[in-house]
Design a protein around this ligand. Structure first.
Ligand SMILES: [Zn+2]
Length: 343
């Protein structure tokens, strides 16, 4: 991905004209952007193809410590540069899609909840800020929800009506997509897959503040590290710095690491089975850095899922996401396209 200079990123756009969205993915460490062209089944443009195109991807650092006001201002300045760039190249941008960290209110454009990872992000009025720089329609959803929309529409969940998307990275998140629409719940909180109970998590501090036993603090990438180091202290071994080191040690056959990967993935699989029993999805898509931990992790995840899921739910495929880091940008484009279509 290309870092964006203040003067604007390197130009690399090619085809144009199928209804582009300028998409943004606001995370704890970086704000990514790209022009997304979604396939349009009714389009006369033969070059649209059937896969979304994400072009001119670039990013700026979030610099979260500078506070929410600063992030908002640099986000809209970034958006202005991207729109100017599109204009220069003759592209037709029809909307702006935003995948935002925290819990955004898609209707009002206000960030209603955010963790300490983004101090001052809560309360930011994103639609109001964009209204000062563009007349285009702007629509914002949560980043994990956007990821789910992307995978459901054009990734591993395409063609399925009910998609449960689980992201396992630094934290754990989830999204429920029903017939192409994000199910967000009464408070915009639906899909918080990291905060379902697991006995393995008892005593580990969750990002939501509980120590009573949520799955995230023992099954995210950070969780793998913390679970390993907790057991490592007891056995006086060498601690690890992150989850990928646990996976590497497990791949090298270290028994402690193998046990951590198996226990963590099995517990997460059990939780996913429970979520499956509640939702009865057509497919379950699992994405994020931790899914690269290898067959040991996947086998334990599937074993936990099979133990926990009801027989009919077990028939739902449990598959790896296909879109990688572009998923939230594609999902944000899906969200704004639907928003525009609904008027
Ligand atoms: Zn929690």
């Amino acid at each position: 991905m290309t870092p964006c200079s203040p003067e604007g990123p390197a130009r690399e756009r090619g085809r144009r004209g199928c209804g582009d969205v300028s998409a943004f993915d606001i995370g704890g460490t970086k704000i990514a952007s790209g022009f997304v062209t979604l396939p349009d089944e009714n389009s006369a443009h033969a070059d649209c193809g059937r896969k979304p195109r994400v072009e001119a991807q670039c990013e700026i650092p979030t610099e979260a410590s500078r506070g929410g006001d600063d992030i908002r201002e640099r986000l809209t300045a970034f958006a202005s540069r991207q729109l100017a760039r599109a204009r220069d190249e003759g592209a037709v941008i029809r909307g702006i899609g935003i995948a935002a960290a925290g819990v955004p209110d898609s209707r009002t454009g206000v960030i209603v909840s955010a963790t300490d990872i983004l101090p001052g992000w809560r309360g930011q009025r994103i639609y109001d800020a964009f209204a000062k720089v563009t007349d285009l329609p702007v629509h914002m959803v949560g980043d994990v929800g956007a990821h789910g929309l992307g995978e459901a529409g054009y990734g591993a969940g395409r063609g399925h009506g009910i998609v449960l998307s689980i992201g396992v990275g630094t934290g754990i998140g989830g999204a429920i997509v029903v017939d192409g629409t994000l199910f967000s719940g009464a408070h915009g909180v639906a899909g918080h897959a990291g905060h379902v109970p697991s006995g393995l998590g008892r005593g580990f501090l969750c990002s939501c503040g509980t120590r009573e036993g949520h799955i995230e603090p023992v099954a995210s990438g950070t969780g793998l590290k913390d679970l390993y180091n907790a057991r490592c202290d007891a056995e006086e071994g060498e601690p690890v710095a992150d989850g990928s080191q646990v996976a590497a040690r497990a791949a090298a056959g270290e028994p402690l690491a193998v046990g951590v990967i198996e226990d963590s993935a099995r517990a997460l699989g059990e939780c996913i089975g429970g979520m499956g029993n509640l939702i009865d999805p057509d497919v379950i898509v699992v994405s994020g850095s931790v899914v690269k931990a290898g067959p040991l992790w996947w086998n334990a995840l599937r074993a936990g899922f099979e133990d926990s899921a009801l027989q009919l739910v077990r028939s739902a495929p449990l598959v790896e996401g296909e879109l990688g880091g572009a998923a939230p940008l594609i999902g944000a484009a899906v969200a704004v396209r639907r928003h525009v279509a609904q008027g």
